[in-house]
Design a protein around this ligand. Structure first.
Ligand SMILES: NC(=O)c1ccc[n+]([C@@H]2O[C@H](COP(=O)([O-])OP(=O)(O)OC[C@H]3O[C@@H](n4cnc5c(N)ncnc54)[C@H](OP(=O)(O)O)[C@@H]3O)[C@@H](O)[C@H]2O)c1
Length: 316
Protein backbone atom coordinates (compact mmCIF):
# COMPACT_ATOMS: atom_id res chain seq x y z
CA UNK A 1 0.00 0.00 0.00
CA UNK A 2 1.37 3.38 -0.91
CA UNK A 3 1.70 6.34 1.37
CA UNK A 4 -0.77 8.07 -0.90
CA UNK A 5 -3.37 5.39 -0.20
CA UNK A 6 -3.02 5.91 3.52
CA UNK A 7 -3.37 9.64 3.31
CA UNK A 8 -6.53 9.38 1.21
CA UNK A 9 -8.10 6.45 2.99
CA UNK A 10 -7.32 7.75 6.41
CA UNK A 11 -7.94 11.45 5.98
CA UNK A 12 -11.69 11.07 6.27
CA UNK A 13 -11.61 8.46 9.03
CA UNK A 14 -11.28 9.87 12.51
CA UNK A 15 -9.12 7.75 14.79
CA UNK A 16 -11.56 5.81 16.97
CA UNK A 17 -9.23 6.00 19.97
CA UNK A 18 -9.44 9.76 19.80
CA UNK A 19 -13.14 9.90 19.20
CA UNK A 20 -15.60 10.16 22.02
CA UNK A 21 -17.33 7.09 20.61
CA UNK A 22 -14.62 4.71 21.77
CA UNK A 23 -12.17 5.98 24.32
CA UNK A 24 -9.75 3.58 25.99
CA UNK A 25 -8.64 4.96 29.31
CA UNK A 26 -5.26 6.72 28.97
CA UNK A 27 -3.74 4.04 31.22
CA UNK A 28 -4.81 0.42 30.66
CA UNK A 29 -4.50 -2.42 33.20
CA UNK A 30 -3.00 -5.65 31.89
CA UNK A 31 -4.34 -9.00 33.07
CA UNK A 32 -1.52 -11.20 31.74
CA UNK A 33 -0.13 -12.10 35.17
CA UNK A 34 -3.46 -12.43 37.01
CA UNK A 35 -3.25 -16.23 37.33
CA UNK A 36 -0.01 -15.82 39.31
CA UNK A 37 -1.68 -13.61 41.91
CA UNK A 38 -3.57 -16.48 43.57
CA UNK A 39 -6.54 -14.27 44.40
CA UNK A 40 -10.17 -15.06 45.19
CA UNK A 41 -12.89 -13.76 42.85
CA UNK A 42 -13.68 -11.08 45.47
CA UNK A 43 -10.06 -9.90 45.48
CA UNK A 44 -10.02 -9.77 41.69
CA UNK A 45 -13.27 -7.80 41.67
CA UNK A 46 -11.82 -5.37 44.22
CA UNK A 47 -8.75 -4.90 41.99
CA UNK A 48 -10.97 -4.13 38.98
CA UNK A 49 -13.08 -1.72 41.04
CA UNK A 50 -10.05 0.09 42.45
CA UNK A 51 -8.60 0.46 38.96
CA UNK A 52 -11.90 1.93 37.75
CA UNK A 53 -11.91 4.35 40.71
CA UNK A 54 -8.52 5.60 39.44
CA UNK A 55 -9.92 6.10 35.95
CA UNK A 56 -8.32 2.92 34.58
CA UNK A 57 -11.39 1.45 32.90
CA UNK A 58 -9.72 -0.51 30.08
CA UNK A 59 -8.34 -4.02 30.68
CA UNK A 60 -5.99 -5.91 28.41
CA UNK A 61 -6.43 -9.65 27.85
CA UNK A 62 -5.40 -12.42 25.49
CA UNK A 63 -6.95 -15.86 25.03
CA UNK A 64 -3.63 -17.48 26.00
CA UNK A 65 -2.95 -15.56 29.23
CA UNK A 66 -2.50 -17.82 32.25
CA UNK A 67 -2.49 -20.91 30.03
CA UNK A 68 -5.91 -19.99 28.62
CA UNK A 69 -7.16 -19.27 32.15
CA UNK A 70 -7.04 -15.52 32.87
CA UNK A 71 -10.16 -14.53 30.94
CA UNK A 72 -12.17 -16.91 33.10
CA UNK A 73 -10.63 -15.55 36.31
CA UNK A 74 -11.63 -12.06 35.21
CA UNK A 75 -15.09 -13.19 34.10
CA UNK A 76 -15.71 -14.94 37.43
CA UNK A 77 -14.89 -11.70 39.23
CA UNK A 78 -17.13 -9.70 36.91
CA UNK A 79 -19.98 -12.13 37.54
CA UNK A 80 -20.03 -10.88 41.14
CA UNK A 81 -21.04 -7.44 39.85
CA UNK A 82 -22.25 -7.78 36.24
CA UNK A 83 -23.36 -4.14 35.97
CA UNK A 84 -19.68 -3.15 36.16
CA UNK A 85 -19.20 -4.45 32.60
CA UNK A 86 -20.71 -1.31 31.09
CA UNK A 87 -18.05 0.83 32.76
CA UNK A 88 -15.21 -1.23 31.27
CA UNK A 89 -13.50 -1.59 27.93
CA UNK A 90 -12.26 -5.13 27.33
CA UNK A 91 -9.31 -5.52 24.97
CA UNK A 92 -8.54 -9.08 23.89
CA UNK A 93 -6.17 -10.88 21.53
CA UNK A 94 -6.09 -14.04 19.47
CA UNK A 95 -3.88 -15.71 16.91
CA UNK A 96 -1.32 -17.58 19.04
CA UNK A 97 -1.81 -21.31 19.62
CA UNK A 98 -0.03 -22.71 22.64
CA UNK A 99 0.53 -26.36 23.43
CA UNK A 100 -1.74 -26.80 26.44
CA UNK A 101 -3.86 -29.42 28.14
CA UNK A 102 -6.70 -26.96 27.63
CA UNK A 103 -6.18 -27.11 23.87
CA UNK A 104 -5.32 -30.79 23.22
CA UNK A 105 -5.56 -30.34 19.43
CA UNK A 106 -2.47 -28.07 19.37
CA UNK A 107 0.66 -30.13 18.60
CA UNK A 108 3.21 -27.30 18.35
CA UNK A 109 3.23 -23.61 19.20
CA UNK A 110 2.06 -21.78 16.08
CA UNK A 111 0.13 -18.75 14.81
CA UNK A 112 -3.32 -18.99 13.27
CA UNK A 113 -5.26 -16.08 11.79
CA UNK A 114 -7.71 -18.22 9.81
CA UNK A 115 -11.40 -17.32 9.96
CA UNK A 116 -12.10 -20.55 11.80
CA UNK A 117 -9.56 -19.85 14.54
CA UNK A 118 -10.41 -16.17 15.02
CA UNK A 119 -14.14 -16.91 15.33
CA UNK A 120 -13.61 -19.86 17.69
CA UNK A 121 -11.24 -17.80 19.80
CA UNK A 122 -13.65 -14.85 20.06
CA UNK A 123 -16.54 -17.17 21.00
CA UNK A 124 -14.40 -18.75 23.76
CA UNK A 125 -13.24 -15.32 25.01
CA UNK A 126 -16.81 -14.00 25.21
CA UNK A 127 -17.88 -17.06 27.22
CA UNK A 128 -14.90 -16.88 29.59
CA UNK A 129 -15.18 -13.13 30.16
CA UNK A 130 -18.95 -13.49 30.55
CA UNK A 131 -19.65 -10.67 28.17
CA UNK A 132 -21.52 -10.30 24.90
CA UNK A 133 -18.89 -8.11 23.23
CA UNK A 134 -15.20 -7.28 23.07
CA UNK A 135 -14.44 -3.58 22.78
CA UNK A 136 -11.21 -4.19 20.88
CA UNK A 137 -9.76 -7.38 19.37
CA UNK A 138 -6.09 -7.57 18.35
CA UNK A 139 -4.18 -10.09 16.28
CA UNK A 140 -1.54 -10.97 18.87
CA UNK A 141 1.49 -11.46 16.61
CA UNK A 142 2.13 -11.30 12.86
CA UNK A 143 1.26 -14.65 11.27
CA UNK A 144 3.49 -15.49 8.28
CA UNK A 145 0.48 -17.21 6.67
CA UNK A 146 -1.96 -14.35 7.32
CA UNK A 147 -4.44 -13.89 4.45
CA UNK A 148 -5.29 -10.22 4.93
CA UNK A 149 -8.55 -10.38 2.94
CA UNK A 150 -9.76 -13.35 5.03
CA UNK A 151 -8.93 -11.62 8.32
CA UNK A 152 -10.59 -8.37 7.20
CA UNK A 153 -13.71 -10.24 6.11
CA UNK A 154 -13.82 -12.14 9.42
CA UNK A 155 -13.45 -8.88 11.34
CA UNK A 156 -16.30 -7.32 9.33
CA UNK A 157 -18.57 -10.27 10.17
CA UNK A 158 -17.71 -10.11 13.89
CA UNK A 159 -18.47 -6.41 13.86
CA UNK A 160 -21.81 -6.91 12.07
CA UNK A 161 -22.73 -9.49 14.70
CA UNK A 162 -21.90 -6.98 17.44
CA UNK A 163 -19.39 -9.39 18.99
CA UNK A 164 -16.37 -7.10 18.48
CA UNK A 165 -16.56 -3.32 18.23
CA UNK A 166 -13.03 -2.44 17.05
CA UNK A 167 -9.94 -4.20 15.72
CA UNK A 168 -6.20 -3.80 15.93
CA UNK A 169 -2.92 -5.69 15.89
CA UNK A 170 0.02 -6.30 18.17
CA UNK A 171 3.75 -6.56 17.47
CA UNK A 172 3.20 -5.72 13.77
CA UNK A 173 5.81 -3.99 11.65
CA UNK A 174 4.49 -0.98 9.67
CA UNK A 175 4.20 -2.88 6.39
CA UNK A 176 2.29 -5.73 8.08
CA UNK A 177 -0.04 -3.16 9.62
CA UNK A 178 -0.62 -1.53 6.24
CA UNK A 179 -1.37 -4.86 4.56
CA UNK A 180 -4.24 -5.64 6.93
CA UNK A 181 -5.40 -2.03 7.16
CA UNK A 182 -5.69 -1.85 3.36
CA UNK A 183 -7.76 -5.05 3.31
CA UNK A 184 -10.03 -3.64 6.01
CA UNK A 185 -10.58 -0.43 4.07
CA UNK A 186 -12.52 -2.52 1.53
CA UNK A 187 -15.07 -3.00 4.32
CA UNK A 188 -14.98 0.67 5.32
CA UNK A 189 -13.00 -0.20 8.45
CA UNK A 190 -9.55 0.60 9.80
CA UNK A 191 -7.22 -0.84 12.37
CA UNK A 192 -7.38 1.08 15.62
CA UNK A 193 -4.01 0.45 17.23
CA UNK A 194 -0.76 -1.51 17.23
CA UNK A 195 0.14 -2.84 20.68
CA UNK A 196 3.92 -2.90 21.01
CA UNK A 197 6.71 -3.22 23.54
CA UNK A 198 8.42 0.08 24.39
CA UNK A 199 10.61 1.21 27.33
CA UNK A 200 14.15 2.55 27.61
CA UNK A 201 15.53 -0.99 27.19
CA UNK A 202 13.43 -1.58 24.06
CA UNK A 203 13.56 1.47 21.83
CA UNK A 204 13.29 -0.25 18.45
CA UNK A 205 9.77 1.07 17.66
CA UNK A 206 11.12 4.61 17.97
CA UNK A 207 13.52 3.95 15.12
CA UNK A 208 12.03 1.26 12.84
CA UNK A 209 9.05 3.26 11.55
CA UNK A 210 6.45 1.84 13.96
CA UNK A 211 5.88 5.07 15.87
CA UNK A 212 6.31 7.20 12.75
CA UNK A 213 3.44 5.27 11.22
CA UNK A 214 1.36 5.66 14.38
CA UNK A 215 1.91 9.40 14.30
CA UNK A 216 1.15 9.69 10.58
CA UNK A 217 -2.13 7.78 10.95
CA UNK A 218 -2.99 9.41 14.30
CA UNK A 219 -3.13 5.95 15.85
CA UNK A 220 -2.45 5.71 19.52
CA UNK A 221 -0.15 2.73 20.08
CA UNK A 222 -0.76 0.61 23.18
CA UNK A 223 2.46 -0.09 25.07
CA UNK A 224 3.10 -3.43 26.73
CA UNK A 225 5.65 -4.09 29.50
CA UNK A 226 6.13 -0.35 30.18
CA UNK A 227 8.39 -1.20 33.15
CA UNK A 228 10.20 -3.89 31.13
CA UNK A 229 8.32 -6.51 33.11
CA UNK A 230 9.68 -5.06 36.38
CA UNK A 231 13.34 -5.02 35.23
CA UNK A 232 13.41 -1.20 35.42
CA UNK A 233 12.21 -1.16 39.00
CA UNK A 234 14.16 -4.07 40.48
CA UNK A 235 17.23 -4.57 38.31
CA UNK A 236 19.34 -7.63 39.09
CA UNK A 237 22.99 -6.91 39.98
CA UNK A 238 24.13 -8.26 36.60
CA UNK A 239 21.64 -6.27 34.52
CA UNK A 240 23.85 -3.27 33.71
CA UNK A 241 21.46 -1.51 31.32
CA UNK A 242 18.51 -1.83 33.72
CA UNK A 243 20.65 -0.49 36.56
CA UNK A 244 21.63 2.56 34.49
CA UNK A 245 18.00 3.27 33.61
CA UNK A 246 16.90 2.74 37.21
CA UNK A 247 19.46 5.29 38.43
CA UNK A 248 18.22 7.96 36.00
CA UNK A 249 14.60 7.16 36.89
CA UNK A 250 15.38 7.64 40.59
CA UNK A 251 17.18 10.91 39.94
CA UNK A 252 14.29 12.30 37.87
CA UNK A 253 11.74 11.00 40.38
CA UNK A 254 13.44 13.02 43.11
CA UNK A 255 13.49 16.13 40.94
CA UNK A 256 9.77 15.81 40.08
CA UNK A 257 8.70 14.62 43.56
CA UNK A 258 7.09 11.49 42.16
CA UNK A 259 8.00 7.80 42.03
CA UNK A 260 10.33 6.12 39.56
CA UNK A 261 7.31 4.26 38.15
CA UNK A 262 5.64 7.58 37.37
CA UNK A 263 8.73 8.76 35.49
CA UNK A 264 8.96 5.51 33.50
CA UNK A 265 5.35 5.96 32.36
CA UNK A 266 5.85 9.70 31.73
CA UNK A 267 8.75 8.76 29.42
CA UNK A 268 6.28 6.85 27.24
CA UNK A 269 3.59 9.52 27.38
CA UNK A 270 6.09 12.14 26.18
CA UNK A 271 6.03 10.67 22.67
CA UNK A 272 3.89 12.63 20.17
CA UNK A 273 2.13 9.43 19.03
CA UNK A 274 0.33 9.64 22.39
CA UNK A 275 0.94 6.07 23.55
CA UNK A 276 -1.41 4.26 25.91
CA UNK A 277 0.66 2.31 28.48
CA UNK A 278 -0.60 -1.03 29.84
CA UNK A 279 0.52 -1.66 33.41
CA UNK A 280 1.16 -5.23 34.51
CA UNK A 281 1.28 -4.87 38.27
CA UNK A 282 -1.10 -6.41 40.81
CA UNK A 283 -0.50 -3.44 43.13
CA UNK A 284 -3.01 -0.60 43.00
CA UNK A 285 -0.23 1.76 44.09
CA UNK A 286 1.54 1.03 40.80
CA UNK A 287 -1.61 1.89 38.86
CA UNK A 288 -1.89 5.09 40.90
CA UNK A 289 1.74 5.95 40.03
CA UNK A 290 1.01 5.29 36.36
CA UNK A 291 -2.03 7.57 36.42
CA UNK A 292 0.09 10.27 38.12
CA UNK A 293 2.31 10.27 35.04
CA UNK A 294 -0.51 11.93 33.11
CA UNK A 295 0.37 15.08 35.07
CA UNK A 296 4.14 14.94 34.50
CA UNK A 297 5.84 16.39 31.45
CA UNK A 298 9.47 15.40 30.90
CA UNK A 299 11.70 17.89 29.16
CA UNK A 300 13.68 16.73 26.13
CA UNK A 301 17.00 16.28 27.94
CA UNK A 302 15.38 14.15 30.65
CA UNK A 303 13.72 12.04 27.96
CA UNK A 304 17.02 11.59 26.15
CA UNK A 305 18.85 10.85 29.41
CA UNK A 306 16.63 7.76 29.76
CA UNK A 307 17.12 6.84 26.10
CA UNK A 308 20.89 7.15 26.63
CA UNK A 309 20.82 5.09 29.84
CA UNK A 310 18.95 2.31 28.04
CA UNK A 311 21.23 2.28 25.00
CA UNK A 312 24.46 2.78 26.92
CA UNK A 313 25.64 5.61 24.68
CA UNK A 314 24.66 9.15 23.76
CA UNK A 315 22.76 9.88 20.56
CA UNK A 316 24.99 9.92 17.44
N1 LIG B 1 0.87 -7.79 23.12
C1 LIG B 1 1.82 -8.51 23.66
O1 LIG B 1 2.55 -9.26 22.98
C2 LIG B 1 2.04 -8.39 25.15
C3 LIG B 1 3.19 -8.99 25.71
C4 LIG B 1 3.35 -8.86 27.09
C5 LIG B 1 2.43 -8.16 27.85
N2 LIG B 1 1.33 -7.62 27.26
C6 LIG B 1 0.34 -6.85 28.05
O2 LIG B 1 1.02 -5.83 28.74
C7 LIG B 1 0.69 -5.89 30.12
C8 LIG B 1 1.84 -5.37 30.93
O3 LIG B 1 3.01 -6.17 30.75
P1 LIG B 1 3.97 -6.45 31.99
O4 LIG B 1 3.23 -7.20 33.03
O5 LIG B 1 5.23 -7.03 31.46
O6 LIG B 1 4.15 -4.92 32.47
P2 LIG B 1 5.19 -4.20 33.43
O7 LIG B 1 4.38 -3.16 34.13
O8 LIG B 1 6.37 -3.79 32.64
O9 LIG B 1 5.68 -5.30 34.46
C9 LIG B 1 4.87 -5.76 35.50
C10 LIG B 1 5.73 -6.58 36.45
O10 LIG B 1 6.66 -5.68 37.05
C11 LIG B 1 6.59 -5.86 38.45
N3 LIG B 1 6.85 -4.60 39.13
C12 LIG B 1 6.21 -3.43 38.97
N4 LIG B 1 6.72 -2.49 39.79
C13 LIG B 1 7.70 -3.10 40.48
C14 LIG B 1 8.59 -2.63 41.50
N5 LIG B 1 8.58 -1.37 41.93
N6 LIG B 1 9.47 -3.52 42.01
C15 LIG B 1 9.48 -4.79 41.56
N7 LIG B 1 8.65 -5.29 40.59
C16 LIG B 1 7.77 -4.44 40.07
C17 LIG B 1 5.16 -6.32 38.72
O11 LIG B 1 5.11 -6.99 39.95
P3 LIG B 1 3.93 -6.62 41.02
O12 LIG B 1 2.68 -7.21 40.46
O13 LIG B 1 4.38 -7.30 42.27
O14 LIG B 1 3.89 -5.14 41.14
C18 LIG B 1 4.94 -7.24 37.54
O15 LIG B 1 5.44 -8.53 37.78
C19 LIG B 1 0.33 -7.36 30.36
O16 LIG B 1 -0.52 -7.55 31.48
C20 LIG B 1 -0.40 -7.69 29.09
O17 LIG B 1 -1.75 -7.25 29.18
C21 LIG B 1 1.13 -7.72 25.91
Amino acid sequence: MSVEYSKQARSSAANPLDAGSFPLSPIVAGAWRMAEWGWTPQQRLRWIEQAVELGVTSFDHADIYGNYGVEELFGDALALRPALRNQLQLVDKCGIKLVSQRRPAHRIKSYDTSREHIVASVEASLRALRTDRLDLLLIHRPDALMDAAEVADTFATLKQQGKVLRFGVSNFMPWQFELLDAAMSAHGEHLTTNQIELHPLQVQPLHDGTLDQAQRLALRPMIWSPLAGGRLMAPSPTDEAARRVHEVLRHLAEAHHVTATTIAIAWLLRHPARPVPITGSRRIDTLRDAVAALGVSLDRESWYALWQAGRGHEVP
